[in-house]
Design a protein around this ligand. Structure first.
Ligand SMILES: [Mn+2]
Length: 389
């Protein structure tokens, strides 16, 4: 693209592919391949000089055969467009496996920055404004922050600062950081998604101020596309919705252009799913009677029923109209129990009575609420158990 008569560096920013991921037991591979086709279409149209994949290539450290094939196809497709590929592993990836054949692939412009022992690696690209340095920093693992010389444990922030220090970056030039960590900024609430599966509850947060000097930070880890307070520090988000907490998000890939130092343009290019993941709510009758077949009835759905009266086999009835229903919940005056109990925190669970906990378990296991007779039996049993104490 011509900017002021010069050619500027442009690149595509992706992250959190999670290839091979299943949601509620349903494989997302078809959706992932469909997203990759759209990315390749954008690359052919926009001709960026590089494509960044900022971690969580796979969903597991040892991905399945189908997942490896899908990534092989995607990577080959990317390389054939002539674009460079800059990739780091995320917390879900095995750095060793991700960097397989990386020395050979570097000759083809595919930089798989895996096994570096926690160090960053620089890759330079040139445009007519000079060089742009891409600083690739593999995910810093919780065990990696080492004890400092005085015996004090160092945190994520210190480990990051040390890695950036060692990378010897010249901030007078233009620099792009590629990193897969949880960056936060005071006063900015991050948009979290259930599919991120954060195991240590925010202890891994790093102050985004530490990476502010980069001209752009291409981040991975959070599954909703978002900036961390400033436009140039950005999570691309996952290309596919991986939990119902993401159902209102528009998935996208990010296109970035850097001209002279200080000039940045960022655009989100939308990705359209084969089947959307969304929530619908209403009475059983209204959801089954609206139109037949219902519009986009094969989407991945969370159905919230608002019926007040007992229903017979609502899951079975809904499935005939909505074959890919993933979750069923109820929202009425009697109960507000949702089948996706995983979303309830430990605190919420503690507040539930034994009867409510069992109802929830029953709903999850059976896909339908207990009948009046069943609920009577459970109440009796709980009473008996209570007397025994
Ligand atoms: Mn992820």
């Amino acid at each position: 693209m011509q900017v002021h008569g010069k050619v500027a560096v442009r690149f595509m920013h992706l992250a959190d592919l999670h290839i091979g991921k299943s949601v509620n037991g349903i494989s997302m591979l078809g959706e992932q391949k469909h997203a990759f086709e759209q990315v390749l279409g954008y690359i052919k149209a926009e001709r960026p000089g590089a494509v960044i994949i900022a971690g969580d290539v796979y969903d597991r450290a040892v991905p399945g055969v189908e997942a490896v094939r899908a990534f092989d196809d995607f990577l080959t497709g990317l390389a054939l467009t002539g674009t460079a590929v800059l990739l780091i592993p995320g917390n879900h990836d095995s750095p060793e496996r991700i960097s397989y054949a990386s020395r050979l692939l570097a000759d083809r412009g595919v930089f798989l920055c895996g096994e570096t022992g926690g160090a960053a690696r620089n890759v330079e690209m040139a445009d007519e404004y000079g060089t742009v340095n891409f600083c690739l920093l593999p995910y810093i693992r919780p065990l990696m922050p080492r004890a400092a010389e005085d015996g004090r444990e160092t945190g994520y922030g210190e480990a990051l600062a040390a890695a950036l220090d060692m990378a010897g970056i010249d901030f007078a030039a233009r620099n792009v950081l590629v990193s897969h960590q949880f960056y936060t900024r005071a006063g900015v609430a991050p948009m979290r998604s259930e599919s991120e599966m954060d195991p240590i509850g925010g202890l891994d947060a790093i102050d985004a101020g530490l990476i502010e000097r980069f001209d752009y930070a291409a981040l991975g880890h959070l599954h909703g596309a978002q900036c961390v307070g400033k436009e140039h520090i950005r999570y691309a988000g996952s290309p596919v919705k991986y939990s119902f907490s993401e159902w209102r998000q528009q998935k996208s890939v990010t296109l970035v252009e850097l001209a002279e130092k200080g000039s940045l343009s960022v655009a989100a290019l939308p990705l359209v799913p084969l089947r959307d993941m969304r929530e619908i709510r209403g009475t059983l009758e209204s959801l089954l009677g609206e139109s037949s077949p219902p519009a986009r009835g094969d989407d991945y759905l969370r159905v919230v029923l608002t019926d007040e009266e007992e229903l017979v086999d609502p899951m079975g009835k809904l499935r005939s109209a909505y074959p890919n229903i993933m979750s069923l919940g109820f929202d009425n005056t009697r109960t507000s129990i949702d089948i996706s109990a995983a979303s309830a925190g430990a605190e919420a669970v503690e507040k539930l009575s034994p009867y409510d906990l069992f109802s929830e378990f029953f709903l999850e296991a059976q896909g339908a609420a207990m009948s009046a007779e069943q609920s009577g039996i459970v109440r009796e049993l709980l009473e008996e158990a209570g007397r025994g104490l």
